[in-house]
Design a protein around this ligand. Structure first.
Ligand SMILES: [Fe+2]
Length: 214
């Protein structure tokens, strides 16, 4: 029985043009994201089978696979909603006038300014080696926002930090359109950021019970 399911896109394949073309969105969602969902479900079944057979030597590899596929599913599920078309309000900066003042204040408090945050997240995404993500996360122990550079889908992550804005820097996210120009893709991504969605995730993350006492 499948535990995880592929979520539907919140827009059609062409909605993010010209920043991301429809072919990329279709392949990225219908093939790549779908593969992580299937991988997570398959790995849970394989872990159950390994437990039943007491095949403990396979646990290490299966746990790595579970972390990879499950994290891939989660990050992509956030990614689709982190973006919206410019005509729908995507891009720009989070502003109090748009109802996202708390997020704007948190960014300034944590990074010094929006410009400094933008540079840090852009560099984190653009300097991934191989496959990875640039992530803005809420860190519950300090109550601050941090930028993380995620290796694959699951490496370099602070336990308990909650991703609220994710930039996919895997080649499958841009290569068909931007070829090897990852920096150009990252720059363009800022034009489709859905700040309403990021602010909602920030507020929800802050409301969670802290993992530990600071
Ligand atoms: Fe991806």
């Amino acid at each position: 029985m499948a535990i995880y399911t592929l979520p539907e896109l919140p827009y059609d394949y062409a909605a993010l043009e010209p920043v991301i073309n429809p072919q990329i969105i279709e392949l990225h969602h219908d093939k790549h994201h779908a593969a992580y969902v299937k991988g997570a479900n398959d790995t849970l079944e394989q872990l159950a089978e390994a437990r039943d057979k007491e095949a403990w030597s396979s646990i290490n590899g299966l746990e790595k696979n579970l972390a990879f596929h499950l994290s891939g599913h989660i990050l992509h599920s956030i990614y689709w909603h982190n973006m919206t078309a410019p005509k729908e309000g995507g891009g720009g900066e989070p502003l109090a006038a748009d109802g996202v003042g708390e997020l704007a204040d948190a960014i300034t408090e944590s990074f010094g300014s929006f410009a400094k945050f933008k540079t840090q997240l852009s560099k984190a995404a653009a300097t991934t080696q191989g496959s990875g993500w640039g992530v803005l996360a809420y860190e519950p122990v300090s109550g601050r926002l941090i930028v993380e550079q995620v290796y694959d889908h699951q490496g370099n992550v602070g336990q308990g930090s909650v991703p609220i804005l994710v930039f996919d820097a895997w080649e499958h996210a841009f290569y068909l359109q931007y070829k090897n120009q990852k920096v150009d893709f990252i720059d363009a991504m800022w034009g489709v950021v859905n700040w309403q969605d990021v602010a909602k995730r920030h507020a929800e993350a802050k409301d969670r019970t802290p993992l530990i006492t600071p």
